[in-house]
Design a protein around this ligand. Structure first.
Ligand code: FAD
Length: 366
């Protein structure tokens, strides 16, 4: 079985695959199997306390369980986690295309020209590599700095500048708040920001998500409940907006060559616009397979509805509210791998799995 991506999703998939008697090969684009965490902005502190950051089989320790870990703690944790898994993990191996094999199963090609045959594929490549840029009027003519928050690292380069951050989620609010002491910042949103208290009755909100069962609500129920992005807040972000440290305004209507036009029609020069406008699944390598519809995977709870033997992990709301988090991805991995293992061992897939196993030792052809 080939697993595309060596982040928390790919690593938990590999662990679950081993437990199911499969022998996974993880193909990971980066130099180390620690997912996208090293590329997140420098000051990132997790929104989830350490006690809710463990993946199956290894406790996220190293300190107080109620602390909010820093980005680099996750990198260290994933490094240890990868070493603890007895799987073939190949780094600097970016998957360029997955194609159907005429006799069944998949042919996986990397960008260095390697080819790997596999009966099963798990797409666990995250979304950080596919930032969403909304079609803003005037975008192409804007001469200032326009970047997605995926490429934001630290506030110092914005010192003394006029900055607009677009978005109403955690990243938008955190980045606007971080830049505010250095620059004049406006947070531009389509609707007022929805805040969710980080702590309720003395306990972190993740405690309540777990005990109330919200964390495990199925996608169909969630879609009705969660309609807008929400920002976890201890009160610091709400205060920053209330006191004007961070100016919140309705979304601008257009970009001009040197700034923005606000909803009231006024124009203002702006040095930089940071788009915290989300991500889309980074699955272009599945296009040759026909597994996507307008870039979106067709699946039920992570199991492809187009190709037996193909699964997904780490998609937002894949099965539950916690699917794309450290605390939730392990449950999904068990679900998806169990389903794929059944597909591969049942019916017409039995011989493919046997053949895949037989060829495994020389599966990579140069
Ligand atoms: C700013 C931010 C803060 C977050 N904070 C938290 C938090 O506090 N708590 C929490 O639980 N979750 C948090 N998350 C959500 C989630 O846990 C992370 O996004 C996490 O990195 C997702 O893991 P993943 O394995 O699904 O994807 P990734 O971490 O993106 O890993 C996928 C890997 O696949 C590789 N890849 C991509 N394409 C290919 C290819 N074609 N071939 C081979 N390899 C490929 C990529 O290089 C990448 O390293 C946060 C997310 C963001 C963006």
């Amino acid at each position: 079985m080939i697993i595309v991506g060596g982040g928390q999703a790919g690593l938990t998939a590999a662990r679950a695959a081993l437990a199911a008697g499969l022998r996974p090969v993880v193909l990971h684009a980066g130099a180390e199997p620690v997912g996208s965490w090293p590329d997140y902005y420098d000051s990132l502190t997790l929104f989830s306390p350490a006690r809710y950051c463990s993946l199956p089989g290894m406790v996220f320790d190293g300190g107080e369980a109620d602390r909010y870990p820093a980005r680099d703690e996750v990198v260290t944790y994933l490094r240890h986690y990868a070493k603890s898994i007895d799987a073939d993990i190949r780094t600097r191996a970016r998957v360029a295309a997955v194609q159907p094999r005429p006799d069944g199963g998949f042919l996986v090609r990397t960008d260095t020209g390697e080819e790997v045959s596999a009966a099963g594929v798990v797409a666990a490549s995250g979304s950080f590599g596919n930032p969403y840029l909304p079609p803003l009027p005037g975008r192409d003519g804007f001469a200032g700095e326009l970047r997605h928050v995926a490429h934001y690292r630290r506030p110092e380069p914005y010192a003394g500048k006029r900055v607009v951050v677009v978005g109403a989620g955690n990243s938008a609010v955190q980045v606007a708040h971080e830049i505010a002491p250095h620059a004049t910042v406006t947070l531009a949103t389509r609707a007022p920001i929805q805040f969710v208290p980080q702590r309720i009755r003395g306990r972190d909100v993740h405690h309540w998500l777990r005990v109330t069962g919200v964390d495990r609500l199925p996608r169909s129920v969630l879609a009705r409940l969660v309609r807008h992005a929400a920002v976890l807040d201890t009160g610091v972000y709400r205060d920053a907006i209330a006191t004007g440290l961070v100016d919140r305004r309705d979304m601008f209507t257009a970009l001009t060559p040197d700034g923005v036009i606000w909803a009231d029609g006024s124009a203002e020069p702006v040095d930089a616009v940071i788009l915290a406008t989300g991500y889309r699944p980074d699955l272009g390598y599945l296009a040759p397979l026909g597994a996507l519809k307008r870039g979106v995977p067709r699946h039920a709870a992570g199991v492809s509805t187009t190709h037996p033997g193909l699964g997904y992990l780490g998609l937002e709301f894949q099965r539950t509210f916690s699917s794309n988090t450290l605390r939730g991805v392990g449950r999904d991995a068990t679900h998806v791998i169990t389903a794929l293992a059944a597909q591969l061992s049942g019916g017409g897939w039995r011989h493919r799995r046997a053949r895949d196993t037989a060829h495994r030792s020389d599966a990579v052809r140069h």
